[in-house]
Design a protein around this ligand. Structure first.
Ligand code: ADP
Ligand code: MG
Length: 756
């Protein structure tokens, strides 16, 4: 066995206990795995700033002694710490005053408070690394990295030292930053001589990439900046390249293996709606409709992601696609994640369908037994053309006559499992084989589940293609209003085709966005009153602030009570919606607001998903500094749907840092969801473990940042395309290394669904 494949516990300095920690915290099982944990930042240990020197914006390192530490609660009240038990739940911030020979400064922590409190004992010296910011005329650092200073004359003292991802548990288990450096050094000594290159020579030389062993050595212990750059580029490229290669390969298999339901007719249903549209489609809508039609008639199964900002008119596109399915003798289903949203869709779609005569029904959790029976029968005999529904559509007893198109709205709320259930509801291949032959000539078949990574596709191919009992996947269109930056979409959905509606219907007024500090909240209430007097409705949204749901609920309820005080019955009606209510209560309250019976809807972020209340013209977001920009943008999209001028009021903690406020200001400058999403991604550093988790990436890119490495991603994708073009099945001898690498589990990516 190779050293890199040995269990991590056998590396000197590890042992079974630490091995268990490394496994649970960082997913490291072997010595080779350890080498693939890279520093996310390098500290130039040769430069320590004096506190008095700090001025600019750049990251700096200071070596300072803790003078005092203070815990603050709400409204900057001091939380007592001597003698009694500290009430951690009430703590909002830890402030640590530190000093060196030149002066003092403050270190501020809003997160990891307890852990930092315990180690920031007065008198202890730390090396703090962070970005200084100015606050009240003085410099402080928010969430600095704090490490014990290295011993004088330590070898690592000079040059660039890697800082590795870490967790509280790791540190408590003795795997500190310093220990990690030692482990990496030991691992390199063992593994470098035997390291296996993962990229063929021709790819290395054509793309000016350094060899893997050079890259691994220099990513952990850079000889200098130049070597670090070369190492970083190589490792990023490798990561992005294999990801693209695996995704593109899947796409290739799908488009060549999956027979699609052929839909080449544009007929009466489509035309009757198209000719009676109450508005002209935007250029973007037209383009996307064309892209979808190309797919649907291609003879291959469509798997398309449709992205479009809130209000960009995705529903209309979905309905036109559904009518195309109808015109070709199929049915369509449109699935939405919540009951309220489904009902709204249904109402809108019925309006659109009026001139077509196509029968549309709705199926949700609250459909009665009688309604269900009728709907099931109508779907089975084909008399229902379009069905709009929630998860209820996935139940086994929902059987279609000929399902040709499945549209999934707000796709991130659904998992892949659920999608695949829909796929299994397609028509039997025997039923349509003759039609396919008639329209397309005899196309070799496969199995719809092939693109789910299952074996059955191959089996079906070996059997010689379609067989009568096999179900054919309907075309699939997933729609999301979460603007995913192109780079991210390419990675997450590399095996899907992506369409973008990048234009809003004309005449939409951009939502006016205002920032208000929370100590001026009265002005917000005054503004709300004026708007309500004009007959408008208002959303008030609270974020999830605390880790515990209970605390969040308290927070929401406090806010609710305050609002009730300012907006008393019977003059005002306030509804409240949150995650801990039963579905009935939630729906009831949502409906009260949607139907105009409540003036104000107080909620957590449950309203984020597409509720349409055209009369709501104000969105107030509390503690907005806690939200990601993309999420703020989503929330803001809930208003501005009617004709009235609409407003989004971002209330922020008045003590919020300058950076956080600047971040929010972007919301005032632009209404472009993609710009905001790109910006949001840039602000989350590549090694920011927490950020990566929040973005919910199914894959840990570790080294590459999708926001910053867009150019390299494009390069990697182009190389992957070129490789597959020349050798689609990767059978060429010179691609042996690629096949070997792709066999590893990490490229077996199945879950594209968690993107919100
Ligand atoms: P999305 O689902 O993308 O958020 P919708 O499909 O709900 O957007 O459309 C929002 C509103 O815009 C709907 O009331 C719809 O009727 C209207 N709409 C859609 N397309 C157009 C268009 N081309 N011109 C004018 N209004 C449109
Ligand atoms: Mg929508």
């Amino acid at each position: 066995m190779k050293n890199s494949e040995s269990d991590i516990q056998y590396l000197s300095g590890v042992g079974p206990k630490r091995a268990a920690l490394l496994k649970s915290e960082l997913g490291i099982a072997t010595i080779g795995d350890l080498l693939r944990i890279y520093p996310f930042r390098y500290i130039d240990r040769s430069r320590i700033y004096r506190i008095a020197e700090i001025g600019g914006d750049a990251f700096v390192q200071v070596k300072a002694r803790v003078v005092s530490r203070t815990l603050y609660g709400p409204q900057s009240s001091i939380v007592p710490t001597d003698g009694q038990k500290i009430l951690w739940n009430a703590v909002k911030r830890l402030s640590v005053i530190v000093e060196d020979s030149s002066g003092q400064m403050e270190m501020v922590f809003f997160k990891g408070i307890r852990w930092n409190w315990e180690r920031m004992v007065p008198g202890t010296v730390f090396v703090f690394f962070g970005k200084p910011s100015e606050f009240n005329g003085r410099f402080n650092m928010v969430h600095p990295e704090a490490d014990a200073p290295l011993p004088e004359g330590s070898v690592l003292q000079n040059g660039l030292t890697g800082v590795y991802p870490s967790t509280e548990k790791l540190k408590n288990g003795g795997i500190t930053g310093k220990a990690m450096c030692k482990l990496q050094s030991a691992a390199l000594a063992l593994c470098l001589p035997e390291i296996q290159e993962t990229l063929p020579d021709y790819i290395l030389s054509e793309n000016a990439l350094c060899p893997l062993n050079y890259a691994l050595r220099n990513i952990h212990f850079p000889a200098d900046q130049y070597a670090l750059q070369k190492a970083t580029r190589r490792l990023k490229f490798e990561k992005l390249f294999f990801l693209q290669l695996s995704l593109l390969k899947q796409k290739y298999i799908r488009s060549h293996g999956n027979p699609g339901l052929p839909m080449s007719k544009v007929g009466a249903a489509f035309n009757s709606l198209y000719n009676s549209l109450p508005f002209e489609l935007t250029g973007a809508q037209k383009r996307v409709v064309r892209e979808i039609f190309e797919d649907m008639k291609s003879g291959h199964q469509m798997n398309r992601l449709l992205q479009g900002d809130v209000g960009s008119g995705k529903t209309m596109v979905a309905v036109l696609a559904a009518l195309l399915a109808i015109d070709n003798g199929y049915q369509a289903c449109i699935m939405a994640p919540t009951e309220v949203l489904t009902q709204q869709h249904y109402a809108n779609i019925c309006k659109y369908l009026a001139p077509t005569g196509v029968k549309c029904s709705i199926l949700t959790g609250s459909s009665t037994a009688k309604e269900r029976r009728e709907i099931h029968a109508g779907l089975e005999d084909g008399s229902i053309g379009i069905i709009v529904g929630t998860h209820a559509l996935l139940e086994d007893n929902v059987v279609f006559h000929r399902l040709g198109l499945a549209v999934i709205d707000e796709q991130h709320r659904f998992g892949v499992d659920q999608r695949s259930k829909l796929w299994a509801k397609g028509p039997l291949s025997g039923d349509i084989a003759s039609e396919r032959r008639a329209t397309l000539g005899n196309v070799r078949g496969g199995d719809p589940s092939a693109s789910l990574g299952g074996m059955s596709g191959e089996v079906a191919n070996q059997l010689g293609g379609e067989y009568p009992g096999q179900r054919l996947a309907p075309h699939v269109l997933v729609m999301t209003a979460t603007p995913i930056p192109r780079t991210l979409a390419m990675t997450l959905y590399g095996d899907l085709d992506v369409s973008v509606i990048d234009e809003l219907p004309p005449g939409r007024k951009p939502v006016k966005t205002i920032l208000v500090p929370d100590n001026k909240k009265n002005t917000v209430y005054g503004f709300m009153k004026k708007q309500i007097a004009l007959g408008r409705q208002v959303f008030v949204v609270y974020p999830l602030i605390f880790e515990s749901e209970k605390m969040d609920l308290n927070n929401l309820e406090l806010g609710y009570e305050e609002i009730l005080k300012y907006f008393p019955m019977p003059d005002y009606k306030v509804a409240i919606v949150h995650g801990q209510q039963t579905n009935e209560v939630k729906n009831f309250n949502m409906k009260a607001f949607a139907e105009g019976r409540a003036n104000i809807l107080v909620s957590t972020t449950v309203i984020e998903v597409g509720v349409d209340v055209p009369n709501a013209s104000v969105m107030v977001i509390e503690s907005s500094q806690r939200f990601g920009l993309s999420q703020l943008h989503q929330l803001r999209g809930r208003v501005g749907r009617g004709a009235d001028e609409s407003f989004c009021v971002l209330v922020y903690d008045f003590k919020t840092s300058k950076e956080a406020r600047e971040r929010l200001e972007l919301m005032c400058r632009t209404n472009d969801g993609f710009e905001i999403a790109e910006e949001d991604m840039k602000m989350r550093g590549p090694g920011d473990l927490e950020g990566t988790q929040q973005s919910g990436l199914p894959i840990n890119l570790a080294i590459a940042s999708l926001a910053r490495d867009g150019v390299l991603l494009n390069e990697a994708r182009a190389v992957a395309e070129k490789v597959l073009e020349a050798d689609p099945r990767l059978e060429d001898r010179r691609n042996i290394l690629l096949v070997k690498e792709l066999r590893k589990d990490k490229y077996d990516i199945k879950d594209y669904s968690k993107i919100s």
